[in-house]
Design a protein around this ligand. Structure first.
Ligand SMILES: [Zn+2]
Length: 375
């Protein structure tokens, strides 16, 4: 018998099927797991190619000094990540990763498996940042929004609350699929928010000529902001409640044993994002792990925290808008331009104002750093 797989609409070449079970057979998943575990056992890993972490699940996740203790710190080899029928292998270098893949391919051949190129469920970039993944999910969500244009968004028979619910269920869910694991920078939030702010006005029939602010659109549609939806608190609580011998928890509470980072500003880690989320939601950093075990308290603190964050966010946006529109009233800093008497919101805005509004003055009086570098 010959078979062919459909991967993202493309059909790679046919392959011959010599062994297998019927579709829907109840022992198929068990057989698959047994074969897959045996294949992985043969293919992975010799200890030179895998990653070694050290971890300790007590003492608070944000306290990095706890990993420097002589005792109570455990070592763990990480060669592969398994989830359902997926397996992700990783190594320190590209060569080691290629060795792992070659081993896996030959082991799969020995067990009669057929290797194909997988479809891109989740996009990983070389530098480990989430940029490509965010762009990928925005394009997918945009495609699903576009497909519903005539049937749902422009339909006169569907009420606006129903349209909003459809948008949340179809578009926003595909936009934020696995967003719990993202390490988000401000630029990602900005991209996601602008996508949301472009979708919602079309549903509630507002155009740019109406001069409605993004905050008004959110309040009219009754949707929360994207930033409040991608707080990693639920996923982090789930990780905290896992047993200590589970790999996800060990990775969250651990650090690499070896390796050096590049010179410059350190990359943001998942822990840093989690720390910022907890602070945004006014949850105590010392006690959040205890709260994660109490279901009622956990729910109350997460929902309360998200509401608190939303209120703070909208307050901040309103304040910034006031400063932008009417700086005379809204800037209480006492920093005033001596040429045109314009007040500035903070110290960094005054030099920027001088440079932009009075270019002649700025060129006559160069800043100290520029003067130092000029010949
Ligand atoms: Zn001025």
């Amino acid at each position: 018998m010959h078979a062919r797989l459909c991967i993202s609409g493309n059909y790679p070449e046919r392959f011959c099927v010599t062994n297998g079970v019927k579709q829907g057979c109840v022992i198929a998943p068990i057989l698959f797991k047994l074969f897959f575990a045996a294949t992985l056992g043969e293919a992975l890993p010799s200890s030179a190619e895998v990653i070694l972490i050290r971890f300790r699940t007590d003492g608070g996740i944000f306290n990095i000094r706890r990993l420097q203790a002589k005792t109570k710190v455990y070592l763990q080899l990480v060669g592969d990540l398994l989830f359902a029928d997926d397996c992700g292998a990783f190594a320190h270098t590209e060569d080691h990763l290629q060795i792992l893949m070659n081993n896996f391919s030959s082991a799969a051949g020995n067990f009669g498996h057929v290797s194909t190129t997988p479809g891109p469920a989740s996009v990983l970039s070389e530098d480990g940042q989430s940029d490509r993944e965010v762009s990928n999910y925005i394009s997918k969500a945009s495609a699903s929004f576009g497909r519903l244009y005539t049937r749902v968004w422009n339909s006169h028979d569907i009420t606006i609350p129903t349209k909003i619910a459809v948008c949340q269920a179809v578009v926003i869910n595909s936009l934020l699929y696995c967003s719990e694991s993202w390490t988000t920078y401000a630029r990602h939030i900005k991209q996601l928010e602008s996508f949301n702010n472009s979708c919602l006005p079309k549903i509630i029939h507002e155009t740019w000529q109406d001069s409605v602010t993004n905050l008004d659109i959110l309040s009219k549609s009754g949707c929360p902001s994207i930033e409040s939806m991608i707080k990693q608190l639920r996923w982090a609580g789930h990780l905290v409640r896992m047993d200590d011998d589970r790999l996800p928890k060990q990775l969250l509470y651990g650090a690499l044993v070896g390796g050096q980072r590049k010179i410059g500003r350190p990359r943001k880690r998942f822990k840093d994002c989690l720390n910022a989320s907890l602070k945004d939601c006014a949850i105590d950093l010392e006690t959040w792990e205890l709260i994660a075990y109490d279901r009622l308290l956990r729910r109350r603190s997460i929902y309360g925290g998200i509401l608190h964050f939303e209120a703070e966010r909208s307050q901040c946006i309103i304040q910034n808008r006031l400063w932008r529109k009417d700086p005379l009233d809204a800037a209480p800093t006492g920093l005033v331009c001596h040429l045109c008497s314009r007040p500035c919101a903070n110290k960094t805005r005054l030099p920027a104002h001088l440079r932009l509004r009075h270019p002649g003055y700025a060129s006559h009086k160069p800043s100290s750093s520029r003067a130092m570098w000029l010949p």
